[in-house]
Design a protein around this ligand. Structure first.
Ligand SMILES: [Zn+2]
Length: 319
């Protein structure tokens, strides 16, 4: 249980993956999508490995057909985050995925940035590019992140399939982000091992890594991550659902915390994984984290947030 009055920080969640079965049903009926109904929607939310999950992510994302759908889903997500006492969230959005399903990237991002929901949850966007698709798409998405930087976008994410497109292919992207002073947030070490986490640090200069659990197999790398204050956004439910961590085994977050690596807990795709930060905390406790460790995770998240130093400290004081 989170102590009375304390807040949570959520650094890694994807808007498209925040759609719950009820949200998917609503959108399916709005667009008369055949094949998704009360009887079949459960299949979209039961994943058997990474390939299965990615297919489901695409199907749910395909139900977002116009900018208003993105804004509607954002509003629902923010209400859920507020009910979980989340004070601050960084929300990833994937314009190239929208585009595959007919939703124009620029109007979609413009609508999200213009929505400016006011409430208990302070939030910013990270534009997430899909690494295994064409380079021009990544360049276009980085351009969108820069275009909307002053309107709610705080960083650029490198997401997608790291096995198909490892970190060593993206030195050019890291250089472009550095030149523009745009923070680059890299998914790495989700399905692959320590060499990919090290590659994200060495080749891309990553200070924050999505997942990073591959590092848990390498004590030398864990010591290095701790020493260099590299932050890992750990998403336990996601790792079990995609098969990155086998069911029935303790989650490696326990090992990472034991080696003093800076980690935070996140939901990744809270709708598709039917999870919440409270559930992620329960899994982390089963992996050996104490209440003090959970508080430290929230403090580490606050200090790794894409905010000005004063705002980070203020946030750290709330968790
Ligand atoms: Zn992710």
């Amino acid at each position: 249980m989170l102590r009375r009055g304390r807040k949570r920080v959520e650094l890694h969640l994807h808007l498209e993956g925040a759609a719950t079965p009820r949200d998917a049903l609503f959108l399916a009926s709005k667009y008369h999508s055949s094949g998704i109904d009360e009887k079949t929607v459960g299949e979209l939310y039961a994943h058997h490995g990474l390939g299965d999950f990615l297919r489901h992510f695409g199907t749910v994302a395909s139900l977002l057909r116009e900018p208003g759908d993105l804004v509607w889903l954002l509003g629902k997500l923010l209400r859920r985050l507020a009910s979980q006492r989340v004070a601050y969230a960084e929300i990833r959005v994937s314009p190239s995925v929208w585009e595959r399903h007919g939703l124009e990237p620029e109007p979609g991002l413009k609508a999200l940035c213009a929505a400016r929901f006011k409430g208990a949850v302070l939030y910013q966007f990270i534009v997430d590019g899909v690494r295994q698709w064409d380079r021009p798409l990544l360049e276009r998405d980085l351009g969108l992140a820069l275009q909307f930087r002053k309107q709610g976008v705080a960083g650029f994410g490198l997401g997608g399939d790291e096995a198909a497109a490892p970190a060593r292919l993206f030195a050019w992207l890291a250089a472009a982000c550095r030149e523009e002073r745009m923070p680059l947030l890299v998914h790495a070490g989700e399905a692959l091992g320590p060499e990919e986490v090290a590659g994200a640090v060495d080749i891309l200069g990553a200070k924050r890594i999505g997942h990073g659990i591959g590092a848990a197999g390498d004590p030398v790398l864990m010591r290095r991550l701790a020493g260099e204050a590299i932050h890992l956004e750990v998403c336990p439910s996601s790792n079990y659902a995609t098969g990155a961590v086998p069911m029935g085994t303790p989650h490696p977050v326990g090992l990472l915390v034991k080696h003093r690596v800076a980690v935070s807990l996140s939901t990744d795709d809270p709708g598709l994984f039917c999870t919440s930060l409270a559930r992620e905390e329960r899994i982390a406790r089963r992996a050996g984290l104490s209440e003090a460790d959970i508080t430290r995770c929230n403090e580490a998240a606050a200090r790794a947030a894409l905010l000005a130093p004063k705002e980070r400290e203020a946030l750290a004081g709330m968790v």
